[in-house]
Write a protein that binds this ligand. Structure first.
Ligand code: PBG
Ligand code: ZN
Length: 324
């Protein structure tokens, strides 16, 4: 009778042994929780396509931030919905803008929780693009100045880290320069270095009210078919001073995450985006999948592919499941 030399089942058949040889683990320390802050008071409006995720006014944001901290999640990533939008996204770099006010409130009331801010203009422009428009297109270099002002203003309000998501060329350098000139050389930049033009951002645009009013973002976000280009994008941002580089979306781009892990030695983040979340929640609500199992498997996949940091709307649930 043939007897296999390699019997994987000797180890695999026993939960204690499985635990001893497991190569990848997920911890609450790995997670970042995104939040959507809105002006006003008493506002807590669920995003219809993202069950459990809300646009909320500052007092509710602070309350949830306390919960996040208590769960052992080290950081939140903030997005803002301004009262008024205009062609140049003025609220983005106003000292009394939605993010600036929110950052100050969280830093005052939830000490020890890191606050990362998304730096982009699309939530603040009336046309919904990530930069300012000239001759019908997003103008790269004049946008850089505004992004730099926005990042500085977030940091002056108390942000611990800034995360530019606009995909303009040169923005990491522009932000690094203005922060350094103003004495903020200790503030890190987490760059959305490799951000694809993706259908998976659909629910986010409802949450952030940032759908482009004309055209799309393919002129500045990456083409989903490109793999080598991701390495160039990441290398450029590292050269300009990025401290952490991100891949976004997550699950459809695990190969890219692994490529970056193999190529660079910086901390790597992955953004498990809104559409990924909505699909899981939608299927779980119908009883088609086991939510906890699928989400934990997904988190493990991100870590296994090379991520150090996972930005996810599931963060609070993951932290709770890990604690059980
Ligand atoms: C803004 C921004 C987007 C996301 C993060 N920052 C949307 C976009 O580029 O259209 C997407 C996040 C998500 O889908 O969860 N530039
Ligand atoms: Zn944007």
């Amino acid at each position: 009778m043939f007897s296999p030399q390699f019997r994987a089942r000797r180890i695999r058949g026993n939960e204690t042994f499985r635990r001893m040889v497991r190569e990848t683990s997920v911890s609450a320390n790995d997670l970042v929780y995104p939040m959507f802050s809105a002006f006003g008071s008493g506002i807590k409006k669920e995003i219809s396509s993202m069950p459990g995720i809300y646009q909320q006014s500052i007092e509710h944001i602070v309350a949830e931030a306390k919960e996040v901290k208590a769960l052992g999640i080290p950081a939140v990533l903030l997005f803002g919905i301004p009262v008024r939008k205009d062609s140049v996204g003025s609220d983005a770099y106003s000292d009394t803008g939605i993010i600036q006010e929110t950052v100050r409130a969280i830093k005052n009331e939830v000490p020890g929780l890191a606050v990362i801010t998304d730096v982009c203009l699309c939530e603040y422009t009336d046309h919904g693009h990530c930069g300012i428009i000239k001759n019908g297109d997003v103008d790269n270099d004049s946008t850089l100045k505004l992004l730099a002002r926005e990042a500085l203003s977030h940091v002056q309000a108390g942000a611990d880290m800034v995360a530019p998501s606009d995909m303009m060329d040169g923005r990491v350098g522009a932000i690094r320069e203005i922060l350094d000139e103003n004495g903020y050389d200790a503030i890190p930049i987490m760059s959305y270095a490799v951000k694809y033009a993706s259908g998976y951002y659909g629910p986010f645009r409802e949450a952030a009210e940032s759908t482009p009013q004309f055209g799309d973002r393919r002129g500045y976000q990456m083409d989903p078919g490109n793999r080598r280009e991701a390495l160039r994008e990441a290398a450029a941002d590292i050269e300009e001073g990025a401290d952490i580089i991100m891949v976004k979306p997550g699950l459809p781009y695990l190969d890219i995450l692994r490529d970056l892990r193999n190529e660079f030695n910086l901390p790597l983040a992955v953004y498990n985006v809104s559409g990924e979340y909505s699909m899981v929640k939608g299927a779980a609500e119908r009883g088609w999948i086991d939510e906890e199992r699928v989400v934990m498997e997904t988190m493990t996949a991100f870590k296994r592919a090379g991520a150090d940091i996972v930005i996810t709307y599931h963060a609070k649930d993951v932290a709770r499941w890990l604690a059980n």
